[in-house]
Design a protein around this ligand. Structure first.
Ligand SMILES: NC(=O)c1ccc[n+]([C@@H]2O[C@H](COP(=O)([O-])OP(=O)(O)OC[C@H]3O[C@@H](n4cnc5c(N)ncnc54)[C@H](OP(=O)(O)O)[C@@H]3O)[C@@H](O)[C@H]2O)c1
Length: 307
């Protein structure tokens, strides 16, 4: 397993991070039980993954707690998160820290290495910076978390409005950003600034539905043609990414070698996918001509998330 330094956190992390959310939630979303999910986590750790991402609303913190109980706490980097609003509206700083404390209880640990404002909406940035961040900085002084982080709501915020806004404040050590061949706009909009500030980056949506389900890819490409975003003459409508061979493998390799992207998150509940994804993320870069073709086709796009 290749490792890297996660920006100014100084944490030494595997370049592949196991995501305990997404569509699979370690398999729980499609009926797998607690022990199965813990087994996926344990196997990932055995294979050298030391970066694990969970969240209050994934409901997988207890699974992470069980899996990490057997290893030294400082051998794993635990990332969790919570949104700044609930059904009642925006949270106060104190209410938000109570959510962090509940995460610590479920994770059965005294501290979390990285705590994210989860899926921060562009319209919630001011509240986050004025109300939530100061409360989290106090919690950090009390040792409840090591590094403040933010994840964008890439499903809707495909042009990185939130990250562009909060980068100016320079209060987050880590950012979770959507990046894949169908929307590589973070290359232009996010990574130059994160590299300059030393912010660690976690790539999500590397491989989502469009890169695992051929029918979804065809739909996305048809939408892009319809919207005039790609020239229909330049793409094979039936097999738009056929030139890549194994599209899922190519998606992970595309992200893993992007300058400025530190950790590629991958979500799975399938032990076979776990093994092949780790091979892909640790493999060589895509051949230059494939990378150039992706850039020619989709390099300027920020309209789709790849879901
Ligand atoms: N805003 C946020 O904070 C946010 C948003 C999204 C994600 N995340 C984080 O990022 C992590 C990764 O999420 P993601 O959006 O990149 O992906 P994801 O939703 O986990 O999507 C990957 C999907 O592809 C399937 N898959 C994985 N490997 C495969 C393979 N080799 N072949 C075929 N299918 C495969 C998985 O199903 P199987 O179970 O069948 O493998 C899963 O449904 C999440 O778990 C979460 O931790 C955070």
């Amino acid at each position: 397993m290749k490792t890297t330094t996660l920006g100014r956190t100084g944490l030494e992390v595997s370049i592949a991070g196991l995501g305990c959310g997404g569509h699979s939630r370690l398999g729980i979303s499609y009926g797998k039980d607690f022990d199965h999910a813990v087994g996926v986590l344990r196997r990932a750790i055995e294979l050298g993954v030391n970066f694990i991402d969970t969240a209050t609303n994934y409901q997988t913190e207890p699974h992470v707690a069980r899996a990490i109980a057997e290893v030294p706490r400082d051998s794993v980097v635990i990332s969790s998160k919570c949104g700044v609003a609930d059904e009642q509206g925006l949270l106060t700083g104190d209410a938000y820290v109570a959510k962090l404390e509940a995460s610590l209880q479920r994770l059965e640990t005294d501290y979390v290495d990285i705590y994210h404002l989860h899926g921060l909406q562009p319209t919630h940035c001011d509240h986050a910076l004025q109300e939530i961040v100061p409360a989290l900085q106090r919690a950090k002084e009390q040792g409840k978390l090591r590094h403040l982080a933010v994840s964008e709501a890439f499903e809707t915020d495909r042009g990185h409005k939130t990250l562009k806004r909060v980068l100016d404040a320079d209060v987050f050590d880590v950012m979770m950003v959507g990046f894949n061949p169908l929307n590589p706009s973070a290359r232009r909009d996010v990574f130059p600034a994160t590299l300059k500030q030393g912010v660690g980056t976690l790539g999500m949506f590397a491989v989502r539905q469009a890169l695992t389900r051929p029918e979804r890819l065809r739909e996305v490409v048809a939408e892009l043609i319809e919207a005039g975003k790609i020239d229909p003459q330049t793409v094979d409508h039936d097999d738009p990414l056929g030139f890549l061979g194994d599209v899922t493998d190519a998606g992970y390799r595309f992200s893993a070698h992007e300058p400025g992207l530190d950790v590629v998150l991958f979500g799975t509940g399938n032990p076979e996918h776990l093994e092949t994804n780790l091979q892909s993320i640790n493999a060589d870069p895509l051949p230059a001509e494939q990378h150039a073709k992706l850039t020619e086709l989709f390099g300027q796009l920020d309209t789709h998330s790849g879901n």
